[in-house]
Write a protein that binds this ligand. Sequence first.
Ligand SMILES: C[S@@+](CC[C@H](N)C(=O)[O-])C[C@H]1O[C@@H](n2cnc3c(N)ncnc32)[C@H](O)[C@@H]1O
Length: 370
Amino acid sequence: MVRVADLFCGIGGFLVGSGQLATDAGAEQRCELAVDIDADALAVHQRNHATRRAVEASVTSLVDYRIRGTGAEAEFVYPPEMIDDELAAACEEIDLVAAGPPCQGHSNLNNRSRRNDRRNLLYLAVPAFAVACRARSVAIENVTSVVHDGADVVATTKALLGAYGYSITEGVLAADEMGWPQTRRRHFLIARRLDAPGGSGPLPLTEVRELLAQDRPRSVVWAIGGTQALSHDPAMHDLPEYTEANRGRMAWLFDNEEHDLALAERPECHQDGTSYGAVYGRMYGDRPAPTITTGFMTPGRGRFVHPTERRTLTAAEAARLQGFPDGYVFQPGLDKRPTRAQLTKWIGDAVTAPLGYAATLSALAPALVS
Ligand SMILES: C[S@@+](CC[C@H](N)C(=O)[O-])C[C@H]1O[C@@H](n2cnc3c(N)ncnc32)[C@H](O)[C@@H]1O
């Protein structure tokens, strides 16, 4: 049994990958706790992962902790403690804390507030939670630029966990290098308590990359093509009303058999040709997709035009590219349908399944071979 706590859980993308790893290792994954401030996302999580406790709250409110200093000098002022006794009891035997704290503040796509966004400090609630419940291992996902964060959250987390007996590996994992049809790259910090079963730290990410490396990634068409029904839920096939300008841009790509919009066809602010190269672009069917973001239905937010049709990706197609199985339920409740805005956020923000798989392999490897 692999007992998991999923913090900043969204709809549970991370647990799709960790669950696949558990299955491959002959174990069952059990989600003891999922925490998010988005009630509908939690409901979706619970429907797919049989989540035992879905807590709608800020992760920061679950633990009593204070941090002094930053980077290598950082320390907890006193040992972090779970605030709620019942939750503390439920989290006594956690094998893996999986966490995807919001990354808006670190992302290079966010020019206005980048690197000093207060949300970045949410990252530090993860080591506090892990220490408070003595979790055996921790895996934190974020954008690659998190290592340049103004509050130095990665180095701070390493110092905080290191002081409580965790050994750490960190680095970037690329989905396409593992054969997946999406070029997403994400930073992972993986920690494992040295006194946990197996008695050693996490498998270094360099070794994980080697173990899972594939010569060639699969293609967009492999992921979203084919004749099988992608999903039975009509909401998953819904598309936005495109503006006339965007309909014209998509038509131009197909009429000219192009994948990149000519400068003259772009909005004036993009016409200098030095930035935003891929936006309004059409995907290449025989290559991996670009990073699926929350903008996957909007032509002006990336290369999100379908390879063979005059439209952007549907939620069903983006879900496939993120590694969600076709049976995944995206409805918060039997009578509650998700909105398009919810679907793009949930799917675009999710941890791509093969990345979750690789991170979990690193975190759990010592226990799996012992
Ligand atoms: C990057 S998404 C997580 C994606 C998720 N790990 C997955 O794989 O599907 C970040 C999530 O953090 C949630 N969030 C933001 N602030 C939060 C807070 N203070 N406490 C708990 N969740 C929070 C958001 O609602 C969002 O679902």
